[in-house]
Design a protein around this ligand. Structure first.
Ligand code: ACM
Length: 265
């Protein structure tokens, strides 16, 4: 299965421009699954909730979604992309799985990072794993990396590949995802953005270094920091279904959930 990411630099608030950047790059891709960054079309550093709500997409009525659905139909591939989701008065930091048959799932970020709590409502739908040809797909968004429960839940639900749209400003995530992949024996694709959002309230610089990691906690590829990159590689998602660390040690079969009550109290 050919999986990858597109690392690029969205321009804040320039939806059509960002959409054109994405569709132009992806039209040249030969892939089965491509992950795009968090908030790929709006940019990240909103002034306030009203601005996030104004720029957000209703997936049922959105030129961005129409274009992405058409692209997936044309290319016969799947995309996981971050986007700002408007749902009535609510606004979420979401990620959609889109394929040739349309939108398959929308994940709403559970763990809002830093100022995001001023712009978005926290996620309110259960985590879910979706099947596409060749793999079972789980989705998390950026700061969810800091909560091992997210990757573990997705893996227990059967995910072979965790797709992670990201807008990282810190440097811990990529190394942490190696551990998430080791302890859950899954693949991960982290699609980060780069560049800067310069806004009246300040500036944020994003760190790139998008990454693909494998079940042994192996880094399979990492992008440079401040460079656009469409990267696709061949993986075998079936490798994620064997949870053995040694012939006698299986990281799923050896779990002792009856002793983990504190985790969910
Ligand atoms: C983040 O969650 N965008 C750091």
């Amino acid at each position: 299965m050919r999986v990858g990411y597109y690392q690029f630099r969205p321009h804040f608030g320039r939806m059509s421009h960002n959409l054109l950047t994405v569709t132009t790059a992806l039209r040249a891709a030969e892939a089965d699954l491509i992950v795009l960054p968090e908030l790929a079309f709006t940019g990240y550093y909103f002034r306030d909730r009203a601005e996030a709500h104004r720029l957000a997409e209703d997936p049922h009525d959105s030129p961005v979604f129409e274009a992405l659905k058409a692209l997936c139909r044309e290319k016969r591939f799947h995309i996981v992309t971050g986007f700002a989701e408007r749902s009535g008065e609510r606004c979420y930091n979401s990620a959609a799985l889109i394929g040739p048959d349309g939108v398959l799932h929308i994940y709403r970020k559970l763990h809002l990072f830093h100022e995001e709590r001023h712009w978005f409502d926290p996620g309110d739908v259960p985590m879910k794993v979706m099947s596409i040809p060749g793999a079972h797909i789980g989705i998390m968004v950026c700061y969810d990396w800091a909560f091992p429960e997210v990757a573990r839940t997705l893996a227990l639900l059967g995910a072979d590949i965790i797709c992670q749209p990201a807008n990282l400003v810190l440097s811990f995530c990529q190394d942490a995802m190696l551990t998430r992949c080791l302890e859950n024996h899954v693949f991960s694709v982290t699609a980060n953005r780069y560049g800067t959002d310069s806004r009246p309230q300040g500036k944020l610089r994003f760190t790139g270094k998008s990454q693909i990691a494998g079940p042994g906690g192996k880094r399979l590829h990492r992008a440079l920091s401040q460079r656009s990159e469409l990267f696709i590689m061949e993986i075998d998602p079936v490798q994620a279904r064997d949870k053995h660390l040694t012939p006698l040690s299986d990281v799923f079969a050896d779990r002792r959930p009856e002793w983990y009550g504190e985790l969910v109290r």
